[in-house]
Design a protein around this ligand. Sequence first.
Ligand code: AMP
Length: 375
Amino acid sequence: MPPLPPNATIGIIGGGQLGRMSAMAAAELGYRCHILTPEPDSPAAQVSAGYTLADYEDQDALRRFAAAVDVITFEFENVSAAGLDLLASLRPVRPSPAVLRISQDRVAEKSFLRNAGVPTAPWEAVGSLDELREAAARVGQPAVLKTTRLGYDGKGQAVLRDPSDLESAWASLEPKPLILEGFVEFRCEISVIVARGADGGGSVFDAMENRHRDGILDLTLAPARIAPATAAEAGRVAWRVAETLDLVGLLAVEMFVDRTGRVLVNEIAPRPHNSGHWTIEACPASQFNLHVRAIAGLPLPPGLRHADAVMKNLVGPDEVALWPQIVATPGLIPHLYGKTEARPGRKMGHVTRLFPLDRLPGDPDISKALGCLGA
Ligand code: AMP
């Protein structure tokens, strides 16, 4: 496909904040966006040229959506195989349906990573309580039992610390089958975001460190405070994943750094990622800019950073209630996603705080720099 010309239309599946910020980056590059979403007044549609309001499985709507756009990408990954095949028969879909299918299913994902020679925690697919007992004997405990599909933000998983936990955990998690993973006593959680073009060229951002609260990303520190050799290994692993997938688009690779400094991949997301929001202000080309460039066939500038950064999510009604103080705090760069209802656990916006390059301070000073949002 030749590069997408100015004023062409990018179709984005999903109406959330990742689509919103992708659409804003697309507009800067002279593209229009058209959103497919079942949600009226979605964050992405609010900033786009058009939208199709329909369920992701509505075949007629998928056809109308495809007819309105020149290339299709995603911020929501869980479209069915039939829907993906239909879209791919009508327009270029980037990343490809094959990549989406791998990321939709934890067993497919972990099998892919094993075949790619990428280290992960030990894991086994489990289809019955007996299989779970056998797998737990091999994997050991503690372990984490997860649904293979539709899990996000720590939902759809249970930590098994004792053999007596197996039965209740098996009963509580749906849909089956499940996957059992060894519990990683990690030093920290990191992610690496890479962009890759159709010509095989690409860009890799430095690893960032992610801290969760109640299973939801709370804080990202860029760069991660890890040994240079570990950061380099994380970058190599992420690039190997992108190359082996033959990715065209953007990919986030979430990893654990274990007690020995080894990097283990937890999961992959072939789309912009919450841990990369700081790139909007701290990089000449943000993750959203690179996402749009990669799917549009434009050249990919390197994933360089001109500042260090901390990103803090605004989750639920309590944090978004601090908005008047946030916008009044010098140095905080505020983002709101246009969601009208602030439910507990819902990501409403985020805040970025920049620091001079290679001068990320320690935790107490980060906390201070976040003002009313500091711990
Ligand atoms: P996930 O849905 O796989 O991204 O998991 C959500 C969070 O649960 C991760 O960010 C980790 O904090 C934790 N977690 C998931 N899998 C494991 C594991 N195998 N060992 C330790 N912690 C895990």
